[in-house]
Design a protein around this ligand. Structure first.
Ligand SMILES: Cc1ncc(COP(=O)(O)O)c(C=O)c1O
Length: 353
């Protein structure tokens, strides 16, 4: 704390990202990265971009990338907004579309960045409790609100809300924006992008960090009707005209165009997830149904914090949240390669023997 800090900065409670350890040879299952590298076509595009043209600013509108994303999803480029990771896209959505007089709604167990953005932009919010089975109950959101946001699948629970339920919410909640944060949708869910044409209040947010193996490149995007997109562009152009550098634009275009690689790797992750769930269940873990590239699991006899610590001592890192109390017993485990999951299971069998 310094006397030079602004009032807003004094009041902030910043987000704490998952650890990026400096040690090599760790089994890193703590931040939901993809265990496979990006498409070889991405690496080729990045190499080609390392050129004299770096002296020039990148395209401020990322037009070619927005066209590639539009082609991927079968929408128009003017229905696409891109940002420096979906965190930035979400931040702009909070300021552009969710800051009103009435509190916004999101689940009580959800992406822990949402309350941080509310703090930053001074947006009031109400947390809506998940059910005892950690599900979003759409009927609980049928109350006056300044906007609604939730991840689907939810994080850190990994549970999916069926597309029919998302549509039921949209059909009823027409007076405020609904942001569906689909960071993990490619690992087993059905995207709400197809509903954008029908619902002008819907904004769907995606990231290339997970299913495109590009967490290091920082690219995310939103799809919505043009009026919503224009609101995001107004914020972006009042903040940073060039959020995506030349590498990010070139690499992301190549990734969106290599659908075969995208499908191959996400299916590998899903197949490994099913084996991991079976192995954890055989060790008595309760594993919530997962449609993501991670699982959320608790053991009836061992505290989450203790297990996370014991795994860490064996160079395996998973994520443990000590708040809220309801999720304290759980571990959030990213689906790694088959080999990484095998090492995790060997360690867990020893710890629980
Ligand atoms: C639900 C959810 N939304 C958004 C993000 C942000 O992803 P990125 O900023 O890497 O695109 C994450 C990252 O873990 C997430 O879990």
């Amino acid at each position: 704390m310094s006397r030079y800090w602004s009032e807003v900065v004094r009041r902030l409670t910043p987000y704490v990202p998952g650890e990026q350890p400096k040690l090599a040879r760790l089994v890193k299952l703590n931040t939901n990265e993809n265990p496979y590298g990006p498409s070889p076509r991405v690496l080729e595009a990045l190499r080609a971009e390392a050129a004299d043209s770096l002296r020039l600013y990148p395209d401020p509108g990322s037009d070619k990338l927005r066209e590639a994303i539009a082609a991927f999803h079968g929408v128009q480029a003017n229905e696409v907004f891109v940002g420096n990771g979906s965190d930035e896209v979400l931040a702009h959505a909070f300021l552009a579309l969710l800051k009103h007089d009435t509190p916004i709604l999101f689940p009580d167990i959800s992406y822990s960045f949402y309350p941080v953005y509310c703090g930053l932009y001074e947006i009031e919010y109400q947390e809506v409790p998940l059910t005892d089975a950690f599900e979003i109950r759409v009927d609980d959101y049928f109350v006056p609100n300044g906007g609604i946001i939730f991840p689907n699948p939810n994080a850190p629970t990994a549970r999916l809300l069926a597309l029919g339920e998302v549509e039921r919410l949209l059909a009823r909640n027409t007076e405020s924006v609904v942001v569906v944060d689909e960071a993990y949708i490619d690992f087993g869910g059905e995207s709400a992008v197809g509903l954008v044409k029908k619902y002008p209040q819907l904004l769907v947010v995606h990231t290339l960090s997970k299913s495109h193996s590009l967490a290091g490149l920082r690219v995310g995007y939103a799809i919505g009707q043009e009026e919503l997109i224009q609101a995001l562009v107004r914020v972006k152009d009042s903040f940073n005209s060039y959020p995506l550098d030349r590498f990010a634009q070139a690499g992301a275009i190549a990734s969106m165009q290599d659908r075969a690689y995208f499908d191959e790797t996400r299916h590998k992750v899903m197949a490994t997830r099913e084996r991991l769930v079976a192995d954890l269940t055989a060790l008595d873990f309760e594993v919530l149904p997962s449609a993501a590239n991670f699982v959320f699991a608790r053991h009836p006899r061992k505290a989450g914090a203790d297990l996370a610590q014991a795994l860490r001592e064996r160079s395996i890192i998973v994520r443990h949240f000590n708040k809220p109390a309801r999720i304290e017993p759980f571990l959030r485990i990213t689906v790694g390669t088959d080999e990484q999951c095998r090492m995790l299971m060997t360690a867990l069998r020893e710890l629980l023997a």
